[in-house]
Design a binder for this molecule. Structure first.
Ligand SMILES: Cc1ncc(COP(=O)(O)O)c(C=O)c1O
Length: 389
């Protein structure tokens, strides 16, 4: 039989979250009360003024036609105003902003646009698994940067010298570790990237989720960052708009122009009504974002309290809605995640799913209410204690 599937499809890694969802569904089908903290799907609704903006826009027939290939001018302007207002970063809305069908789609495009087969590319390890997917599809040479707790989950930038990457991905606040990055670290990245000619892609998905007063800096606030980098910003987490599929890339004009060219050929931009709603999100009041951040902080505290009381080593994340917990010695992260599902009916993501340096950890998504999180912590702590942590 003729092989219809292209060879590059065989290069794709296993889709980690699909496997996890299958295991959880099996237990739920058995009637078990599973607390699913395995995924990263925001559980709260989009703020009502954004939903209202969509309702109004969808009733306007002009939004039913093809929009401009590069998106509505008004949305690209709203993006530039948002960056100016909240990050003090000036962007040219025509040359330094590209709209994306969600961050995930952007991550699939970036290797198509910037990487040739065999080009070296650095990715965080542990890191968001979808960086690898796009890179594998183009056959680039993926090199992992270990993120270790003793280094605050920041990579050793000497790797840039030895690998000479064409592209380097960073993500702070970090999924899965919950760590933030300092301005000094970003300044070092810019210096090295200038030496190595690297395009830095900073994934700022958790921009708005920082705790204990921590407010994450945009990479573009670093002097010189626009000479070497772009930043991806998604509305999924800041505004609970994961289902809407809106994100954008901002920064280096040469890189943004290459992304725009790809878009001109592959898509017409997002549904114009969704673009208008995105404008309402970016230009509108931020009270809902503040409330969301406070909600995640309370959830984090509700979850971690018990571990601290029981003397189980687990440090609270600085940002994101993930906990990154070291597991008892003598088990793999997959074994421990399976054990938590079997014995505690709590689903968590095994650290190995985020890269080799994720071994020894599990990731916990704090995406349910405080009461369920306290219950989950209690169930998890029992398994930790029984395994002699
Ligand atoms: C680190 C990181 N980057 C990007 C994304 C993609 O987000 P979206 O495709 O919803 O914009 C996610 C989603 O979970 C993420 O965790």
């Amino acid at each position: 039989m003729t092989e219809w599937t292209a060879r590059r499809m065989k290069q794709l890694p296993e889709q980690f979250f699909t496997g996890l969802a299958g295991k959880v569904n099996m237990r739920v089908a058995l009637g078990e009360d599973v607390i699913n903290l395995g995924q990263g799907n925001p559980d709260l609704p989009t703020p009502s003024h954004i939903v209202e903006a969509l309702r109004e826009a969808v009733l306007d027939p002009s939004t039913h036609r093809y929009g401009p290939f590069r998106g509505l001018d008004s949305l690209r302007h709203a993006v530039a105003e948002f960056y100016q207002k909240y990050y003090d970063v000036s962007l040219n809305p025509d040359t330094e902003v590209a709209l994306l069908f969600g961050g995930k789609a952007g991550l699939a495009e970036i290797p198509q646009v910037f990487l040739n087969e065999g080009d070296p590319v650095l990715v965080p390890d542990p890191g968001y698994p979808d960086y690898e997917s796009g890179i594998r599809l183009v056959g680039a040479n993926l090199v992992r940067m270990p993120l270790l707790s003793e280094n605050g989950y920041l990579p050793d930038l000497n790797l840039m010298q030895s690998v000479q990457p064409k592209v380097m991905y960073l993500n702070y606040p970090s999924n899965p570790t919950g760590a933030g990055a300092s301005s000094e670290f970003f300044a070092q990245v810019v210096d090295k990237a200038a030496e190595t000619g690297t395009l830095v892609v900073h994934d700022f998905a958790y921009a708005a989720i920082g705790f204990d007063g921590y407010r994450a800096k945009s990479f573009l606030q670093t002097p010189g960052a626009k000479d070497c980098g772009i930043e991806l910003y998604t509305l999924s987490k800041t505004f609970n708009m994961a289902g809407w599929r809106v994100a954008f890339a901002v920064g280096n004009a040469r890189a943004i122009s290459a992304l725009q060219l790809y878009h001109d050929h592959c898509y017409v931009s997002l549904f114009p009504a969704v673009q208008r709603a995105a404008e309402a999100a970016l230009r509108g009041p931020m009270d809902a974002v503040t409330t969301l951040r406070e909600t995640y902080e309370r959830r984090r505290d509700a979850f971690y309290e018990l571990f601290e009381k029981e003397g189980i080593v687990a440090s609270r994340p600085q940002g994101t809605f993930f906990g990154w917990m070291p597991i008892p010695k003598g088990q793999t992260s997959t074994q421990f995640a399976d054990l938590l599902l079997e014995r505690a009916n709590v689903a968590v993501a095994a650290g190995i799913g985020f890269g080799l340096s994720g071994e020894g950890y599990v990731r916990i998504g704090l995406l349910t209410n405080e009461e369920r999180l306290r219950e989950a912590a209690w169930r998890i702590a029992k398994v930790y204690t029984a395994t002699g942590f």
